[in-house]
Design a protein around this ligand. Structure first.
Ligand code: GDP
Ligand code: MG
Length: 449
């Protein structure tokens, strides 16, 4: 597996602080192979690897991670970013009905998705209706009707007389059906309309024109491009053709229950710049979920274990720093500005503590301090402390007016900001001294023993 190969590549690197260019190239080479194995399109892999290499070259030495882990961390972050970072939800129309059009190749999973989406929306209190604008394939209308019945939603379909039996000819007028379907939804006060459309086995000019005509006729709020995750290297061409031919606002990845490693997701997201919104994970109505970029990144890299290790290493490192600080305090050693900076940086990393502390009763002053903590403030504090001399950092008492002005200039800030920092530091120092005398954390209730 990739993690085994990476471990081998880096066996001799443990303990080395810096990432050499050769180290980075070796790791990037392995990552490139992993992405190709996951069926990410070749041009996407090439561009991605170059971006990662560049970022890795600029990376700072980390006390917590070895070089290989640092590169893997970068790769994971970049993957999540390309896959959309945060998830986007459906754009609902200000004036109902919200019109959602589905597009994609035949067999991609559009009709199945129509049912899943309708079912999910209905459970959220919406009143969706499905529109059968796929008149291309025999039985397509029947298939959608079955799906609608299962989802417990109505379907708008062309008159049965228009429905041919076993013929491949275009029957009726899909653009007209789509338009009538949206009008029907408006009249019957359905707040969402999902328009199912025809696909073909390959990208086809006639099909693309039809989808584009439907789009023009119904002005959808969302056009969801449904793509089979197993499609592999073809993902880029297919997605590009639909982007140019129909254009879409979001992507749905289907058949993620199979053993596809999800490379299609990365290719499509990177090449189209459109968000992946949902994942389809089976044939059942409920095999449907909001897309999670981080989970997909883990799947593409196939490195869940390594990513967990990285997280643990970082957490252990933080704990070690905190312990060092506690030991220092316990020995009654003076708390310096350098320690203060480390403490601030720890708090920044623990941004999530805000939420956690909110759930704990009786954290008094501690909670207030953390809730009012501004993460950008750490960057400002860092700049100020960095523009002090080592002597000033050791003994802030020597920082007189002219030194304050010099420090402020060096940090690109005001003397007032320097004064505020020194006051805060003074307060923190007093608190630490109190703790080292055994007074405990001020404002904290005594711990039950
Ligand atoms: P369409 O041609 O785009 O409308 O595709 P369909 O919705 O008819 O799906 C084609 C086939 O794929 C059907 O047999 C579906 O049951 C199946 N299918 C659709 N979505 C999924 C999925 O997420 N997982 C699996 N395993 N099968 C799916
Ligand atoms: Mg279909």
């Amino acid at each position: 597996s990739l993690s085994d190969r990476l471990t081998a590549t880096f066996k001799n690197l443990r303990g080395r602080g810096r990432l050499s260019e050769a180290d980075i190239d070796a790791t990037v080479r392995e990552i490139r192979r992993a992405l190709l194995d996951a069926d990410v399109a070749v041009p996407v892999v090439r561009e991605f690897a170059a971006a990662v290499r560049e970022r890795a070259l600029g990376v700072e030495v980390s006390g917590a991670l070895n070089p290989a882990q640092q590169v893997v961390k970068i790769v994971n972050e970049e993957l999540v970013e390309i896959l959309g970072g945060a998830t986007r939800t459906l754009q609902l129309a200000k004036v109902p009905p919200t019109v959602i059009m589905l597009a994609g190749l035949q067999g991609a999973g559009k009709t199945t998705l129509a049912g899943k989406l309708a079912h999910a929306l209905k459970q959220q209190g919406h009143t969706p209706v499905l529109v059968a604008a796929d008149l291309q394939r025999p039985n397509a209308v029947t298939q959608l009707s079955v799906v609608a019945e299962r989802a417990g939603v109505p379907v708008f379909a062309p008159h049965p007389g228009n429905q041919g039996a076993e013929t491949d000819a275009v029957i009726g007028d899909p653009v007209g059906v789509a338009r009538d379907g949206v009008a029907y939804a408006r009249e019957k006060q359905h707040d969402v309309v999902i328009v199912d459309t025809a696909g073909r086995l390959g990208v086809d000019a006639v099909l693309m024109q039809q989808a584009s005509d439907i789009r023009s006729a119904i002005s959808p709020d969302e056009v969801l491009f449904v793509i089979d995750a197993m499609i592999g290297q073809d993902a880029v061409n297919t997605a590009t053709a639909f982007l140019e031919g129909v254009d879409f606002t979001g992507v749905v990845l289907s058949k993620l229950d199979g053993d596809a490693r999800g490379g299609a997701a990365l290719s499509v997201a990177k090449v189209t710049g459109r968000p992946i919104m949902f994942a389809s994970t089976g044939e059942k109505l409920t095999d449907f979920e909001v897309f999670h970029p981080d989970r997909m990144a883990g799947r593409i890299l196939d490195m869940g274990d390594v990513l967990t290790l990285i997280e643990q290493a970082e957490r252990a490192f933080d704990a070690e720093q905190a312990e060092k600080m506690a030991a220092k305090v316990a020995q009654g050693k003076d708390f310096t500005l350098a320690d203060f900076l480390v403490q601030m940086q720890q708090m920044k990393k623990m941004g999530s503590m805000k939420k956690m502390l909110g759930m704990l009763p009786g954290m008094g002053q501690m909670r207030e301090a953390i809730e009012s903590f501004d993460e950008r403030e750490v960057d400002r504090i860092e700049a100020i402390i960095h523009s002090m001399t080592p002597g000033e950092r050791e003994n802030p008492k020597i920082i007189n007016g002219s030194r304050r002005a010099r420090i402020a200039r060096g940090a690109g800030t005001t003397t007032t900001a320097v004064n505020q920092l020194l006051e805060r530091f003074d307060g923190a120092q007093k608190m630490m001294r109190q703790m080292s005398r055994g007074g405990g954390m001020p404002g904290m209730p005594p711990m039950p023993g």
